[in-house]
Design a protein around this ligand. Structure first.
Ligand SMILES: [Fe+2]
Length: 472
């Protein structure tokens, strides 16, 4: 069995049985829930082999998962994050991306009858409509002004032409995207070309959100606090914390609070940052942050995720903040990796700091930081948080592509660009979560005005959303 394919209950059981091991039911559930695929071999330690039994505690210990506890209604998995990447890791990474998105595409009725590219090259070919799923490895314009793509699946590749007089020509297709192509196959000698009629995206299925007739339970979102910067908007942030502590009708219904990255300004993030800093030592910056966060009422669970200014490595997926920082914060504060799909009250809340939004603004014509909601929709359509590999988004290729949006989110939260954009795409409520930092010198140079000091609340029991503006 190849690594990374340990998906089904039976396969996992067979794998352990082949090593003479019995797996506890709870242990199996944890393996499945935590997407353990590539790490599974590491679970077979000398100790486990000696006892012949794999317990849930063995798995939690070996995978560094926090202990299960009854007061928790969510799970935090830690991704398999290796720092060095070989050619094999790249292969595994793109394979994982391809397979996950292909699975989503094949679930759509418009992709029924999809074939492998190699089957189009077999002798006895007849000109007809074909459907394929592949990753775009090249994209350009022909001398006649049509779009030309090279699309690859696991064994083969094919040229796809989007004629300029057809609707599919208007599709914005990024390299490394996995798409479905429906079109007419043509042959000239050995050469095969698909003339695309339609490009199919994995996309989000339309859903009607049912309002549950229940009292609201809010997840509140704020991002890019940048504590330590001279431009941190301390009075606004202090007011917001005061409001969270108050008996206000809305604030008292907040059960979860998400801080989606750049919680401090860090150091050495960009040249000359020192002169923009009020607190130079990042540990002191986190200390100052904790003075605010520890005032949040203890019945609110606070989730803290890193961004590009935080002191973990820049490349995504970013691991959780170092455990020594944990002691600065109260017990209701939980560290998350970036990106992360958090399940709260049975709803999927997808959190991503948002570094790839810089790439999306560059790659999608007409996009800018003030229309960033559209960029979030483009990510959802592609079911991927960083569709173009590389660019301004450093990614660590592992055997699992954590940026694929495998589960349709109910709420999608991002930050990073310091805009505020609230929207709804096919039933997915989304936000770019503002900032608590005033315009920086760099942003002034780029002629960008942030929209700071906003907190956004999503009711997990209905469609309602509330924005609280703390700008003074
Ligand atoms: Fe930021």
């Amino acid at each position: 069995m190849e690594q990374g394919l340990y998906k089904s209950r039976t396969e996992i059981l067979e794998f352990f049985n082949s090593h003479g091991l019995i797996v506890a039911k709870e242990a199996l559930d944890v393996i499945l829930a935590n997407n353990t695929g590539p790490m599974i071999n590491r679970l077979i330690t000398k100790e486990v082999l000696e006892t012949g039994f794999l317990t849930v505690k063995d798995i939690r210990d070996l995978m560094n998962l926090p202990p299960a506890s009854n007061d928790r209604d969510f799970e935090i998995y830690l991704p398999d994050l290796r720092v060095r990447s070989s050619a094999e890791d790249f292969r595994g990474y793109f394979l994982s991306r391809y397979q996950k998105i292909k699975k989503i595409l094949l679930a759509s009725s418009s992709m029924r009858g999809t074939v492998d590219i190699s089957s189009l090259k077999k002798p006895g070919f007849e000109s007809r409509e074909v459907k394929i799923v592949g990753m775009v490895t090249e994209s350009g314009i022909t001398k006649n002004g049509h779009k030309r793509l090279l699309v690859e699946d696991l064994d083969d590749s094919i040229e796809v032409i989007l004629m300029k007089n057809k609707k599919s020509f208007d599709e914005i297709i990024l390299e490394d995207e996995v798409i479905g192509v429906v079109g007419g196959l043509s042959a000239k000698g050995d050469r095969r070309t698909i003339f695309a009629n339609e490009i199919i995206r994995p996309d989000i299925p339309f859903r009607v959100i049912d309002d549950e007739k229940q009292d609201p339970v809010y997840v509140a979102s704020l991002s890019d606090i940048h504590v330590g910067s001279k431009t941190f908007r301390k009075p606004d942030f202090t007011n917001m914390i005061g409001w969270l502590k108050s008996s206000d009708n809305d604030s008292s219904r907040i059960k979860y609070l998400v801080l989606s990255g750049d919680v401090v300004d860090g150091i050495g993030v960009y040249p000359g940052q020192d002169s923009d800093l009020e607190i130079l030592d990042p540990m002191e910056q986190y200390g100052r942050l904790s003075e605010f966060v520890n005032q949040v009422p203890e019945d609110i669970k606070v989730f803290l995720m890193p961004g590009n200014h935080d002191i973990v490595r820049l490349a995504e997926p970013q691991p959780i903040l170092p455990s020594e920082l944990k002691k600065l914060f109260n017990k209701n504060v939980y560290f998350l990796p970036n990106p992360y799909n958090l399940v709260l009250e049975g709803k999927n809340v997808l959190l991503y700091h948002g570094m790839s939004l810089n790439d999306m603004v560059e790659l999608i014509p007409g996009m800018n930081f003030s229309t960033i909601g559209k960029a979030l929709e483009e990510l959802l359509r592609r079911r991927h948080l960083a569709p173009k590999y590389g660019g301004k988004t450093p990614l660590i290729p592992a055997n699992n592509d954590y940026h694929v949006i495998e589960t349709v989110p109910d709420v999608f939260i991002t930050g990073h660009v310091h805009s505020h954009a609230l929207g709804n795409y096919k039933g997915v409520r989304y936000v770019n979560s503002s900032t608590w930092q005033s315009q920086t010198e760099y942003q002034r140079m780029m002629n960008f005005s942030p929209n700071p000091s906003m907190l956004t609340m999503f009711d997990l029991k209905s469609r309602s959303t509330i924005i609280k503006d703390f700008k003074t």
